[in-house]
Ligand binder design. Structure first.
Ligand SMILES: [Zn+2]
Length: 195
């Protein structure tokens, strides 16, 4: 368990340093086996993901019972609903990374590039806006992610899931890079070539 908590702190620092989250935004979690079934370790509410301590990480069970002191992220229900729907995943990273979230606020969709695994559909999956922290968002996000590993939350941000937290983090980095590349491509294509 200590190892899981240490990993959450390390990955929180990494995604903060990479600029995928800023201020007090974003939240991540990992699932591990506890004595009485699955436990989820999640980042706290109203704290920056930079410089978290072991005591800041909150443990909850799959029913949302808080097992340690501290208050979990306001998006804890979204994490729990996804874990319930996806027994194959053990890590979730939720960011408002700027390029991908820019797409989420626009009418443009993020194209799937090679690297997202088998290309089944042209664009990354997305769901319409629901209030952050709401039961509707938790329900729609867990249904929307289906068998996908990335879900764009319109007018909000990005969810990435993985068989472990590191995989979810790598995907969050890749989604942001993909969105950035597509943004640059759109801009360059819109500029008249005068050379
Ligand atoms: Zn959010």
């Amino acid at each position: 368990m200590k190892k899981n908590i240490g990993e959450i702190i390390d990955i929180s620092n990494e995604i903060y340093d990479k600029g995928l989250v800023s201020g007090k935004a974003g939240n991540i979690s990992a699932r591990f086996k506890g004595e009485n079934g699955d436990m989820i370790a999640i980042t706290p509410t109203l704290k920056s993901l930079s410089n978290l301590n072991e005591e800041d990480i909150v443990l909850v069970d799959l029913n949302g019972n808080v097992l340690t002191k501290g208050k979990p992220s306001s998006e804890v229900n979204m994490h729990l609903e996804i874990y319930k729907k996806r027994p194959d995943i053990n890590g979730i990273v939720h960011t408002h990374s700027p390029y991908a979230t820019g797409f989420a606020h626009s009418s443009k969709k993020i194209k799937r590039y090679e690297g997202f695994g088998e290309i089944k559909t042209q664009f990354l999956a997305e769901i319409e806006y629901e209030k952050p922290g709401s039961d509707e968002l938790a329900k729609n996000a867990s249904e929307g992610i289906g068998n996908e590993d990335v879900l764009i939350l319109k007018k909000h941000g990005v969810i990435c899931v993985g068989e472990n937290l590191k995989e979810a983090e790598l995907l969050a980095v890749f989604v942001e890079e993909t969105a950035k590349t597509q943004f640059v491509t759109y801009i360059l294509n819109s500029v008249e070539d005068k050379i």
